[in-house]
Design a protein around this ligand. Structure first.
Ligand code: ATP
Ligand code: MG
Length: 567
């Protein structure tokens, strides 16, 4: 049991009461994705919830593909979902399950309803069906096919199954109540014709059950005790219960609803995410700007950060929107604790140390013109050891860390200015002596002098460095590309109302920087291993575009929240 000090959420309360009352001996939940896209951060909430409840109460959680609509599903999605759930750190009970493996049973149960006079084959077309259905305040009317005999329905349903009808020619409907105030109870559809190959069952079937007819029965077959879904299914609950009551199912699952995760600045509809991929707005489902689990992963977010975020936001019954900054904080917190430090100069400016000979006089061993400076791998954890930083006569600092204007106040500009001092992280205090420019006036090089004796020591009285900046050897470094990501949308609610989310894509959501220079420890970087590039943010090696001689680093997240200051 984890986090026992936290108050129970409403589902935990229900489950513990059910267990106490002996209603169930053990809790069984499931995570039931439809394999029609990659999982996103909203699914992570559902995964953490379902697997988390099973863990907390010593029960089981199934992974079940709700694969009842072959038109939109694909094996690629099945595989990505399995990968993502595993990556998040959860283990399902037994084998992976597929709704499609219950198709024969669903078919038998459809026959059962027909035989009981509770289902019929209806030939109204889509438009007529809509018209007959009425609307919330207007009762529907009975379909002319509603009172067919059991025998006729059995023959017609068999013809549907045998492929004798075209798609859309007819459907099987439950016979419930066309005047029900709940539209879902107005003779809902149970089966429709889809002449499509299915990724699991091939061409065995040309009729497929609807979500409503399949879901509760899948739960019943698997002995699910608590079937947890999002709020929009609350209106379907009476129908869920109607099937469980009217079919000889092996167990009695119950449906509970919770509020889905909505994040601002984010789109989490699989259909829309697919559109971003298909229309080339992003570099695949795992583009680091995508809110998909694979995107977060490629960006350098850890499974622990995702789980921590899901824990932070909690589980409630009322819908609300979470600030994406909450997710960003969770990511930053996690990385600050785990990420080793490294230095990488994104926009290199060459500096030459004119009195480099002092390094040897200072007692540092020089091998082929290289002295070694030492820095901790992590400032708060000595046990992680030290990294060696080659210090050479020519170095790079970031162009943004130098300014010619020495009248800039010390408070405003805590970096290097002409004629003044700055400390190179973990190394010497240096002074900017000469500025070298090309014919266009652009600074091409700085001549600097080092202050002897300042490695690990304060400079002598009278020398006041403005601050500490990062650097890297100009001859001993890793040449790399750096990709800076920002939020994919620049609107808080890009798909609210009738807005078109494509109109709000942030044009600055990706900037690619080539020719960055990183310290040598980054030559061993592996994808998903996060680093803090000092003063720049958290980065990890990109799994897709890196090459042996040209690594690509993705910025997972900046050190600070820059959006908080934007108006
Ligand atoms: P989408 O709207 O993105 O297409 P979906 O609900 O159709 O999602 P499913 O594959 O059916 O996707 O979802 C699997 C499970 O994940 C369901 O139980 C669903 O309720 C849950 N889920 C989906 N989106 C969210 C979300 N934003 N927050 C919480 N749970 C979610
Ligand atoms: Mg769904």
């Amino acid at each position: 049991m984890s986090e026992t000090s936290k108050p129970l959420n409403f589902l935990e309360q229900i489950i513990s009461q059910d267990l106490e009352a002996g209603k169930h001996q053990t809790v069984t939940t499931r995570f039931p994705p439809e394999p029609n896209g990659y999982l996103h951060i909203g699914h992570a909430k559902s995964i953490c919830l379902n697997f988390g409840l099973a863990e907390r109460f010593g029960g089981r959680c199934n992974l079940r593909f709700d694969d009842t609509n072959p038109a939109k599903e694909d094996q690629e999605y099945v595989e990505s979902i399995v990968r993502d759930v595993e990556w998040l750190g959860f283990k399902w009970d037994g084998d992976i399950r597929y709704a499609s493996s219950y198709f024969e049973q669903f078919y038998q149960w459809a026959l059962h309803l027909i035989q009981e006079g509770k289902a019929y084959v209806c030939h109204l077309d889509a438009e007529q069906t809509k018209e007959y259905r009425g609307w919330a305040t207007k009762p529907g009317k009975d379909s002319p096919y509603r009172d067919r005999s059991v025998e006729e329905n059995l023959v017609e349903f068999e013809k549907m199954r045998a492929g004798e009808y075209e798609e859309g020619a007819c459907v099987l409907r439950a016979k419930i109540d066309m005047a029900s105030p709940n539209m879902n109870m107005r003779d809902p559809m149970l089966y429709r014709i889809r002449k499509q190959s299915h990724h699991q069952t091939g061409d065995k079937w040309c009729i497929y059950p609807t979500y409503d007819f399949a879901h509760g029965q899948e739960d019943a077959i698997e002995g699910i005790s608590h079937s947890i879904c999002t709020l929009e299914f609350a209106d379907h609950r009476p129908l869920y219960e109607w099937f469980i009551e009217n079919l000889p199912v092996p167990s009695q699952p119950k449906q509970y609803e919770f509020a889905r995760l909505e994040l601002n600045y984010t789109v989490t509809s699989k259909r829309k995410l697919k559109q971003l991929v298909d229309e080339g707005f992003v570099d695949g489902w795992d583009d680091p700007r995508m809110p998909t689990i694979s995107g977060l992963r490629r960006r350098g977010v850890s499974p622990a950060a995702v789980r921590h975020f899901c824990d932070l936001i909690g589980v409630t019954k009322s819908a609300s929107t979470i600030d994406v900054a909450t997710l960003e904080h969770a990511i930053r917190d996690d990385l600050n604790n785990v990420a080793p430090r490294a230095m990488c100069v994104l926009d290199p400016l060459l500096i030459t140390v004119t009195n480099f000979d002092e390094v040897a006089n200072d007692g540092h061993e020089l091998v082929d013109g290289v002295a070694q400076m030492l820095q901790p791998v992590h400032p708060n954890d000595e046990s992680r050891g030290e990294r060696r930083l080659p210090f050479t006569q020519t170095l790079y600092i970031d162009r943004a860390d130098f300014n010619e204007d020495s009248s800039l106040s010390r408070k405003k500009f805590k970096r290097l200015v002409a004629g003044e001092y700055v400390r190179l992280r973990g190394s010497y205090v240096i002074k900017a002596e000469d500025i070298i420019k090309d014919e266009t006036g652009e600074i091409t090089e700085l001549k600097v002098s080092l202050v002897p004796g300042t490695v690990g020591n304060n400079p002598p009285e009278g020398i006041r460095p403005r601050g500490v900046i990062h650097w890297v050897s100009a001859s001993h470094n890793v040449d790399c590309e750096v990709r800076l990501y920002d939020r994919l949308f620049n609107d808080e609610a890009p798909d609210a109302g009738d807005k078109n989310f494509l109109d709000f894509i942030n044009p600055d959501s990706l900037s690619i920087i080539s020719g960055a220079k990183a310290e040598l420890s980054l030559a061993d970087a592996e994808p998903e291993q996060a680093y803090q590039f000092e003063r720049e943010g958290y980065f990890c090696l990109d799994a897709k575009h890196s090459e042996a001689d040209k690594p690509v680093f993705n910025r997972t997240i900046g050190l600070k929240d820059n959006w908080a200051n934007k108006v």
